[in-house]
Design a protein around this ligand. Structure first.
Ligand code: NDP
Length: 283
């Protein structure tokens, strides 16, 4: 039976850490870090995510501002808004909640955020920094995954890690972070042949696919550390991960639940990233 890595408890600890850091920063620099979240349109899931981010900022003492733009906003207007925030010295972090309406080019928008204010770590400058091992802002979800692994005391050195999923925001950066810690990393994806044979080799298995409960117990090596990044809603409205929790729980050594796993960690790491951005600007 697996040990549960409790993302809720761990994220609460990270937020407490941030809260203490904010107090110190305010005493030293005379102001608190400031995060601006831009939301375009009324996507209900995005609204929940933004609300949770603002709530976490309030808890930690990070100043947060919300910019709400209608779904009809033009790409040009959005880029102008970002430019204004880039130039505003009181703003440390800028986050544009994705997805954006179809008429707006997400890549252009991400590129427009000043690299040093890119709290999501999606800007090409930060992506390049991650891959060549330079100072950079690490995307929140992958940073949260690493923090969860570290909370167990697990030594990644020389271990076999399999990441299922190769997106720019989760799969690829998680793989690079595992590589940095000397794991031997395999990235699996939709064209991988015999996925189960690949995942069964994993000492550490990270699922970031977006397919409900696709990783089942028979795909997991006994004792493996399993991180479930997936957030999927079933037809019955239940929130489930990419991992079939019940069957994997019986086989794995560690497992993260959904909800209450990687999700809350992502938000906690966003607060950490806001501090990182603040420090890179004041020091
Ligand atoms: P993407 O859709 O961008 O990427 C999914 C990846 O899974 C792709 O690389 C795809 O392969 C791969 N894939 C799809 N089907 C299969 C399959 N049958 N076998 C193996 N690989 C497959 O998703 P994201 O990376 O953005 O997100 C992944 C999941 O994580 C989603 O459920 C999302 O909601 C969740 N998520 C959770 C966050 C959190 O805070 N907890 C944050 C971000 C995401 P290919 O490249 O070949 O198409």
């Amino acid at each position: 039976m697996a040990q549960i890595i409790d993302g809720k408890a761990l994220s609460a600890a990270v937020k407490e850490e941030v809260k203490a850091e904010v107090l110190q920063l305010e005493a030293r620099f005379g102001r608190r870090p400031c995060l601006v979240v831009i939301i375009v349109g009324e996507n209900p899931a995005s609204q929940v995510y933004v609300r949770n981010k603002v709530k976490a900022a309030e808890f930690t003492g990070i100043e947060s501002r919300q910019v709400e733009l209608p779904a009809s906003v033009s790409e040009e207007e959005l880029l102008e808004t970002i430019k204004g925030l880039n130039d505003d010295p009181s703003v440390d972090g800028i986050l544009v909640q994705l997805p954006l309406p179809k008429h707006i080019d997400e890549e252009k928008v991400i590129d427009a955020i000043a690299r040093e204010k890119d709290v999501d770590g999606f800007h090409p400058g930060n992506v390049a920094g991650l891959w060549i091992g330079k100072d950079c802002i690490v995307p929140c979800t992958p940073a949260g995954v690493m923090r969860m692994i570290d909370s167990t005391g697990y030594d990644l050195n020389g271990k076999s890690a399999v990441v299922v999923g190769r997106s720019n925001i989760v799969g690829k950066p998680v793989a690079k972070l595992l590589l940095d810690r000397n794991a031997t990393v395999t990235i699996a994806h939709s064209r991988t042949r015999d996925l189960a044979a690949v995942t069964r080799e994993a000492d550490v298995l990270v699922a970031a696919v977006g397919r409900p409960q696709m990783i089942t117990g028979n795909m997991v090596k006994p004792g493996a550390l399993v991180i479930d990044v997936g957030i999927n809603r079933t037809d019955e409205g239940k929130l489930v991960g990419d991992v079939d929790y019940d069957s994997v729980f019986e086989v794995a050594g560690w497992i993260t639940p959904v909800p209450g796993g990687v999700g809350p960690m992502t938000i906690a790491m966003l607060m950490k990233n806001t501090i990182h951005c603040f420090l890179s600007r004041v020091e």
